[in-house]
Design a protein. Structure first.
Lengths: 397, 437
């Protein structure tokens, strides 16, 4: 974990960065056609970058652009047509929402290097704030309420980010742990947040945007997908831009960053605010598009840890890694569970139910260890290596 | 990313293909949890329910309709529970009814189950206000709720001090799990404190609650006459051990029923002796229905409990109680919509709403005394509100009282007020129960 957090990162998300250690210009402008690689799918022969804009594009390689557009088409068109309500409401929606939370934590931990254990608490702030905005401001547009939830989370995140100016590393992690406990305590303790609900829970209001109700799993999925896509793009661009570079400079060595003129206070607090904003919106979506009725306990420390594991396994400091990590943590246990049940059913193994549940946990734990040993930099790094190999395949020399 | 999508799609298709719609079978999804910190509760409860379903099937089903169930591990986690519900709800021709035995999951299913028109039972947990069937047509907290339990506790304490009038001026400390679950009874306790004139001090126990010195120090300074312990999990034995350390008499501690199983007192050892707890069902193997399960189900090696010694334990009998209520609701529905037919979830909902488990019927089922008679209606989805109190002697729980109720009129009024508030917040127009059949 430490190695993953401390290691310097390549060119960021998307996996298009140059291999570590090689100067960026080596590939950026000069893409020689490689001898023999004439009929390979993934080659960039002939793709010359003639402008700075082309060089700094989010997806500099044509195949990546095609692949990404295809992926968006699948997500926005094919999946809504083909997927079942089960896939929407049990798999895809939580996967996307937690990806967004992971992006949020990745901004703070991955880009700016500030370890945080409070992601779920900031999600709770977003959810409870959105609920109160809708409840107390009649006629407020729901998307604005989500954004308001994010802003409230950002404000709270800013406060709990203050210790980061003095302490770092594990000590900061403990300080953010305080956020986790304090926020949930406050939400449970102060009745106003839950509109004095006797059980201390909130029930998310119906999702209505521009007079249109989003009731079916499919509609909720599209709403979540649109928000997550837009925010993921924003995160990716922030990471590539001025502010992202400031964060990475702070992460890699804050003294040196200060020497070259980056203000640590501004950069660190901005990272806390932006990260908490992302988590806040994710938390609001978690309540509105996924669970419906939530208690503060739904955003417990366990969820914070799961989000942290997502970015560690997915890849610290990458947007792609947030999605991969979320898929790993959200979907893999379910798939394993189904696999065990299915094997049990078809092969008539008659496994005891508790044994089946334990097998799932054991395999899942084993896989986490496997991936961390094989690639401590996360699944996004595996993807990147695969692409590097693919560019040279089948003549690696 | 496309690869995993294809993988998941493939898996889902495979899973879907194996679960073809069966003909004469009534499907009940089991959202169990058999791993993690709450495994003792989950395995006992759902083990009991499955044991009873197995018994019903061995006796020929419900008028010939066999029960079929499928388990899904929720780990007591709201997100996993929702996934399990979504996964199982379409299997075997569709889920009939669901019970997650977890407040967090139940919250997640409130609207889903209502939208899918699948009735959800939350026996002995969940939202107390959901007992109002006008606002919550699809939720059934069968038997009793936390609010009725809190009222019954006060009534029991009234008996202990020799009449409600003597409660005046008494000090009661309420030690609670600092969460939605622990806070649930506070409105009822507050109302009763104002009415009866006892002094209620609320002391929060921070989950998981494995150190409680400061809270019990507060108790010692306060010198309350009684302590109500509203804990869960490891918090309960710790509370009893810490109380012993601070010299607070355990027979003056009244536990919530989720603090009242063997798993809660045995780890506390001698410190638990004399501890009193509420219960919504009896336990033990003396009931004819439990004897049947032991002989027929476990005799044939089909029992669900891995540890046979837990047969008849508190969680196991709670599961059997749940099983009986569900089977009887399906039977009630069959009496109206056709015997020997598979009931739709809507029809089972009708059955749950017209459940009439009288003393005589319980006797026929071999469950007389296992739980109090339950009679539900459109207005009242709870149907009983009775609680009994038991005392741990170091080896087993003994009955202190028969099933008894607290101030049900007060609770009912608070339930209706709460449900009305919920309805106006959610813009639900309550059903008119006068018009329902």
């Amino acid at each position: 974990m430490l190695a993953a957090l401390a290691a310097p990162k390549g060119g960021g998300a998307g996996g298009n960065g140059p291999p570590r250690g090689r100067p960026k210009a080596a590939r950026a402008f000069v893409s020689f056609p490689r001898p023999g690689a004439t009929d390979m799918l993934y080659r960039e022969a002939g793709q010359f970058k003639t402008t700075y804009a082309a060089d700094t594009a989010m997806f500099p390689i044509l195949q990546d652009r095609i692949g990404f557009v295809a992926l968006l088409l699948v997500a926005f068109v094919a999946v809504p047509i083909l997927a079942s309500p089960y896939l929407f409401s049990a798999i895809l929606i939580p996967f996307l929402i937690l990806s967004l939370a992971a992006i949020g934590l990745n901004i703070l931990t991955g880009y700016a290097g500030q370890l945080s254990l409070g992601a779920a608490a900031f999600m709770a702030v977003g959810a409870f704030a959105s609920y109160n905005f809708v409840l107390r401001i009649p006629g407020i547009p729901l998307l604005l309420a989500f954004a308001g939830g994010g802003v409230m989370a950002a404000a709270v995140g800013l406060v709990f980010g203050l210790p980061s100016l003095r302490i770092r590393g594990f000590y900061l992690a403990v300080a953010t742990l305080a956020a986790q406990f304090f926020i949930l305590w406050a939400l449970t303790k102060i009745g106003w947040f839950t509109n004095y609900n006797a059980s201390g829970v909130i029930t998310a209001q119906q999702i209505v945007i521009l007079g249109r109700a989003f009731d079916t799993p499919q509609e909720k999925y599209l709403l979540v997908l649109a928000i997550v896509t837009a925010m993921a793009f924003a995160a990716k661009n922030m990471g590539r831009g001025n502010i992202g570079r400031q964060w990475m400079a702070i992460r890699d060595m804050d003294v040196a960053a200060e020497v070259i003129g980056i203000r640590p206070m501004r950069a660190k607090l901005l990272a806390f605010a932006v990260s908490s904003f992302y988590c806040g919106v994710a938390g609001a979506l978690f309540a509105y598009a996924y669970l419906g009725t939530v208690e503060p306990e739904a955003y417990n420390l366990d969820l914070s840890f799961r989000i942290l594991f997502m970015i560690i396994i997915g890849g610290v400091g990458t947007v792609l890694g947030s999605f991969l990590g979320s898929a790993f943590i959200v979907i893999l246990p379910i798939a394993l569970n189904m696999l065990v049940t299915w094997l049990d059913g078809t092969l008539h193994l008659n496994v005891a139910s508790s044994a089946a549940s334990n097998v799932e946990l054991m395999v899942f734990g084993g896989l986490i260890i496997f991936f961390l040993i094989v690639e401590p930099h996360g699944l996004a790094r595996i993807w990147q290596i695969a692409k590097e190999k693919l560019r040279l395949w089948p003549f690696p020399h | 990313m496309k690869a995993w999508l294809a993988g998941v799609l493939g898996l889902a298709l495979l899973a879907g293909a194996t679960a073809c719609g069966a003909q004469n079978e009534q499907f009940i999804p089991i959202l169990s949890y058999r791993v993690g910190p709450y495994a003792a509760g989950g395995s006992g409860y759902f083990g009991g329910a499955i044991d009873y379903f197995t018994l019903v099937n061995m006796n020929g089903g419900i008028n010939g309709v066999k029960l079929v169930w499928e388990e899904c591990e929720t780990e007591y986690n709201a997100a996993r529970g929702v996934e399990c519900y979504e996964r199982l709800k379409t299997r075997h021709g569709g889920a009939t009814t669901v019970d997650p035995l977890s407040t967090g999951i139940a919250y997640g299913l409130f609207e889903r189950a209502a939208n899918d028109k699948i009735p959800m039972t939350t026996n002995g947990y969940g939202l107390a206000i959901s007992a109002d069937g006008r606002v919550f047509p699809w939720v059934f907290p069968l038997g009793t709720t936390y609010w009725d339990q809190a009222a019954a506790m006060v009534a029991f304490l009234g008996q202990k001090v020799g009449g409600d009038a003597n409660l005046k001026g008494k000090k009661i400390a309420f030690l609670y799990h600092d969460s939605a679950y622990g806070k649930e009874p506070i409105p009822v306790l507050d109302a009763l404190a104002a009415q009866k004139g006892f002094e209620l001090t609320k002391i929060a126990l921070i989950p998981p609650g494995n150190t409680q010195e400061s809270q019990w120090l507060q108790v010692r300074q306060l010198r309350p006459d009684y302590v109500i312990l509203w804990g869960y999990g490891v918090m309960n034995p710790t509370a009893l051990k810490t109380a012993a350390k601070f010299g607070f008499p355990r027979d003056h501690i009244i536990g919530v029923w989720w603090a009242g199983s063997e798993e809660d007192v045995i780890p506390a050892g001698d410190a638990a002796k004399g501890y009193i707890t509420a219960a919504f069902s009896a336990h033990g193997t003396n009931f004819p229905v439990m004897q049947d399960i032991q002989k027929k189900v476990y005799g044939a090696g089909k029992g669900n409990l891995e540890d046979k010694a837990r047969m008849g334990s508190i969680y196991h009998t709670r599961g059997v109680t749940y099983g009986i209520m569900i089977v009887e609701a399906i039977r009630t529905a069959q009496n109206k919509y056709g015997k020997g037919k598979v009931m739709t979830p809507e029809q089972v909902r009708w059955g749950l709403e017209h459940l009439d488990l009288s003393e005589a019927r319980l006797k026929e089922l071999g469950a007389s005394g296992l739980f109090p008679p339950v009679k539900t209606s459109c207005l009242d989805h709870e149907g009983s509100g009775m609680v009994k109190f038991e005392q741990w002697d170091g080896k087993q729980f003994h009955n202190l009282t028969p099933f008894m109720a607290g101030d049900r009129a007060l609770v009912r009024k608070m339930v209706e007020d709460g449900a009305n508030k919920y309805a106006s917040e959610k813009k639900i127009s309550p059903r008119d129960c006068g018009k329902e059949g």
